[in-house]
Design a binder for this molecule. Structure first.
Ligand code: NAD
Length: 261
């Protein structure tokens, strides 16, 4: 129980990578606030199952990460319900794939708001509590697309590069305060977000799903294997330990060699 008694907020944790990270943090002893969209009964089942499995206190906020006031209310809620935010994982994210000259403005705005600005608002709201305790861990889910580009993903690539820049700046500002801020940059992880992309790319390229996986998604991932969400959970826990106190401001690729090209 490396993180016993710590309190964590994981945005976008009703599914995919966020749920895996929330699970790993709860297994490591954290009390966790889940967040994200989905069927209310399913979310409650996820919450109750995780609490039962880990003996951790698991609460839920339905805050919309595109709405700054709701993000502030989520952090205030975590301060009240969990007694603070020691660990903030900014993970919520959406994707949309289209050539830039056809890219809908509303999708650009939504991707920038949810994938980038939400991290700013969450960090701004959670930092005072971390500073008071002189301990904190901020982990931002960027992407290999925070380090390199792919076509048709202008908003996503711009937002994720922004997340890496935000991570470095926050690391500079908090370096002497017992707080670290790091970005994790995964390659492709098979989650609902990627399942949707397989369909969209199949349409964009006019090829079947199997070819999209082999020739488009994993084309640049040298190990030709999807990253496991559970591995990202383990890495998150490691970045929250005392052993990782000297790791700050990094953009850690977990991408099967993609960005080593
Ligand atoms: P996912 O679609 O499985 O999960 C996304 C989560 O975000 C869900 O819980 C969803 O409810 C939540 N969410 C979406 N919009 C929200 C909003 N407005 N407010 C609150 N919650 C909202 O996606 P995923 O693949 O698990 O992705 C998680 C993060 O990892 C994202 O930031 C994504 O960009 C990043 N990432 C994913 C991959 C991948 O291959 N799956 C690779 C690199 C980075």
């Amino acid at each position: 129980m490396q993180l016993k008694g710590k309190c964590a907020v994981v945005t976008g944790s009703t599914s995919g990578i966020g749920l895996a990270m929330a699970t790993s943090l709860a297994q490591a002893g954290c009390n966790v606030m889940l967040n994200g969209f989905g069927d209310a009964a399913e979310i409650e089942k996820t919450r109750a199952d995780l609490a039962k499995r880990t003996n951790a206190r698991i609460v839920y906020s339905g805050a919309d990460m595109s709405k700054p006031d709701q993000i502030r209310a989520m952090i205030a809620g975590a301060n009240q319900e969990l007694g603070g935010v020691d660990i903030l994982v900014n993970n919520a994210g959406i994707q949309f794939v289209a050539p830039i000259d056809e890219f809908p403005e509303a999708k650009w705005d939504a991707i920038l708001a949810i994938n980038l600005s939400s991290a700013f608002h969450g960090i701004k709201a959670a930092l005072p509590g971390m500073k008071a305790k002189r301990w904190g861990r901020i982990i931002n889910l960027a992407s290999a697309h925070g380090l390199v580009a792919s076509p048709f993903k202008s908003a996503y690539v711009a937002a994720k590069h922004g997340v890496v820049g935000l991570t470095k700046t926050v690391a500079m500002e908090t370096a002497e305060l017992g707080i670290t801020c790091n970005a994790i940059c995964p390659g492709y992880v098979k989650t609902p977000l990627v399942e949707k992309q397989i369909d969209e790319q199949a349409k964009a390229h006019g090829i079947p799903r199997e070819r999209v996986v082999r020739e488009v998604l994993l084309a640049n991932q040298p190990n030709k294997a999807f990253i496991e969400a559970e591995a990202l959970g383990d890495i998150t826990v490691f970045l929250c330990t005392e052993s990782a106190a000297g790791i700050t401001g990094i953009a850690l690729p977990v991408d099967g060699g993609w960005t080593a090209h």
